[in-house]
Design a binder for this molecule. Structure first.
Ligand code: ATP
Ligand code: MG
Length: 414
């Protein structure tokens, strides 16, 4: 029979890699909780409509990247490509309007059918946060500061740049859209095919085109700041002031547009040079129009999502693990006593590796392989005396320890 293969664009997390994901999510969770955010876990699939309504029919995700299937009941379902849609759907269907502001974080797999490459998979993982119900710029500042704190805790903040932009309010956006359409229509023969398509469907997206020809045209394109309403400009100024107040450095980048219609005001990305083409590690923005678009009450929101694979690639060291105490039972009575002691020591907070069979040599080999700190040798002779042999595997030092004292003797290894 043919060997089973993982699905293209998926990846098994094993050992240090799995540990690294948990460590990143754990560190992010700790910071998020410090900011008063609570965990939320929404389903991994939703009715397809949830994403269509949230992301809009012109987004890359909806047009090209969704894993959509029909279930046995004939429903069209989609594996979540991102986290905000599910949280917004939960907010609406759960009637959480009275819980505002709603501050939550989530972590888990996301699915997008795109071309796999370094830092780009079809199943990947995100940690994300949403702050729903606050229209004030302080909310934008707070979620961005939280993102910076998380990157700092992970030791990678200095390798990233916070790129900040504003999309203004609906009026600013509409005025700018018209100006952009007028400008690009005049030079449309020079646009890439993709951007010509965007000109009709989503002209703002031309601004983040990666095509060199498009980018050259951008130099003379109308500037958003000339079309911003006074209110939108004041909001953006307040966000920038706030970031200065909390000491988060940023760089204005007018090309960050985040593609989706419901975004307004703040848009941002933490980018890095360290990962080649897939340089955005964390991205987010304000989505004041989203919940209304989905059929809920008009409710503002702001949030971000970060790719764990990309964060993990930026962190060199594997997370620290507690070194184990290896219990090697020699003979039948010794094995039974090892099993009993494994419970006693684990309940006392120690990390214990029980060697299942195979005598002294195999036991010590296993201890070496897992980089155990100590081996406890439990043989018949010792058992008769009520003792075990404790060997420090770094120094080779050995001592007899009374079984009754073992737990306390090993307390330093907790
Ligand atoms: P990109 O421009 O790289 O396609 P995006 O704009 O589609 O990113 P978002 O939807 O903003 O990405 O998702 C937030 C973060 O999730 C990204 O910054 C990235 O770290 C991560 N991410 C998105 N798509 C993938 C993927 N296919 N594989 C791995 N990580 C991803
Ligand atoms: Mg993408």
């Amino acid at each position: 029979v043919a060997k089973l293969q993982p699905v293209r664009g998926t990846h098994d997390l094993i050992g240090d890699e799995a540990r690294s994901h948990l460590a990143i999510a754990g560190a992010a969770r700790e910071i998020a909780e410090r900011y008063g955010f609570a965990p939320m876990a929404t389903p991994i699939f939703e009715f397809t409509e949830v994403f269509q309504r949230t992301l809009g029919d012109t987004s890359d995700i909806v047009t090209k990247e969704m894993y959509t299937f029909e279930d046995k009941g004939g429903n069209s379902l989609t594996l979540r490509p991102e986290g905000t849609a599910g949280v917004a759907r939960a907010f609406i269907s759960g009637g959480l309007q009275n819980e505002l502001p709603l501050k939550c974080f989530y972590h888990g797999p996301m699915f997008r059918h795109e071309r796999p490459q370094k830092g780009r998979q079809r199943q990947f993982h995100q940690f994300g946060v949403e702050l729903i119900g606050v229209a004030e710029p302080t909310a934008d500042v707070e979620v961005i500061a939280m993102a910076a704190d998380i990157l700092d805790t992970l030791g990678i903040l200095s390798e990233t740049t916070l790129e900040l932009n504003t999309l203004g309010d609906a009026q600013s956006k509409e005025q700018y859209r018209e100006a952009l359409v007028a400008y690009f229509s005049g030079v449309s023969d020079k646009l890439s095919e993709e951007s010509r398509d965007r000109l009709v469907r989503n002209p703002l997206r031309i601004l983040d085109s990666k095509d060199a020809g498009d980018r050259a045209l951008l130099a003379d394109a109308p500037r958003f700041d000339d079309y911003m309403t006074e209110e939108a400009a004041a909001f953006f100024a307040a966000v920038q002031d706030g970031l200065e107040t909390v000491g988060v450095a940023f760089k204005r980048n007018p090309h960050i547009v985040r593609g989706l219609d419901y975004y307004s005001h703040t848009a941002f990305e933490f980018t890095t040079e360290a990962l080649g083409a897939q340089g955005t590690v964390l991205a987010g923005g304000r989505y004041d129009g989203l919940i209304e678009t989905m059929g809920g009450p008009r409710t503002p929101g702001v949030g971000w999502g970060a790719g764990l694979e990309r964060l993990a690639m930026m962190i060199d060291a594997a997370p620290a693990v507690t070194r184990a105490i290896t219990l090697v039972g020699l003979g039948e009575a010794g094995e039974r006593e090892a099993l009993r002691l494994s419970g006693v020591l684990r309940h006392a907070g120690l990390t214990v590796e029980l060697v299942y069979k195979g005598g002294l040599k195999r036991g010590l080999k296993r201890a070496d392989r897992i980089n155990a700190a100590v081996a406890v040798l439990i043989g018949d002779d010792e058992l008769e005396r009520g003792t075990v042999t404790v060997r420090n595997l770094d120094t080779g030092e050995q001592s007899d320890v009374a079984i009754a004292d073992l737990k306390d003797h090993l307390a330093a290894y907790r």
